[in-house]
Design a binder for this molecule. Sequence first.
Ligand SMILES: [Zn+2]
Length: 235
Amino acid sequence: MTTRAVLVGAGGLGGPLALSLGAAGIEVSIFDPDVVEASNLHRQIQFTAADRDKPKAMLLAGAIVARGGHAHGHVAKWPPADADELGRDADIIVDGSDDPVTKFAVNDWAVANGRLYVIASALRYGGNVMVGAPGFACYRCLFEEPALDAPTCSDAGVLGPVVGAIGGVAAALAIGLTRGDRSHAGSIFVFDDLRAFVDPRVVRFAARRDCPACARAPISPFQTPPVRVAAQKGP
Ligand SMILES: [Zn+2]
């Protein structure tokens, strides 16, 4: 059976994510409202100067198709008005956007619809990747609200290879999720400075009792049966 992914963002993180997911045989629906600008090219290495002013989502979907994969581009922000229809067949939603509001929208849609998800962020020399699945703590449990004053790559910058590294990690974790690996669900991988130190801190966190996304989840992290510990044999 074909595995299907929604990918949000076709920029620096979206490039390696899309090509890796597509090469793994996953059908990818890519959402990004933007066109390629010359200032993108240092970190969005899937594009060339000849791509300027063309929509990123369509170019990236075309790159997957040119490699024998299956993809569709949507020149739109996530979530579009018909998100539930467009995402109906998606097994997983992966965020590589550069916008905190979009990341929370991805989280809330995934949690409300009981989907697997991965949310990746990169800034300056590091970044993080959150792995989510139904029944586990979500992105909103951890970060609560979008930080609207958070710097973005367009204004604070990001080292080109950093988005490649974070995007590659996010793709590997997403592919693992689609193949049944839940060992990192409810965890965030934090990369402080990829120039100096590649090992991430991996932090598993608990669901927040008053998280509005988890309160509406079809599979709530609060209803998941506790892990049973085998009874200890007496001495
Ligand atoms: Zn939550």
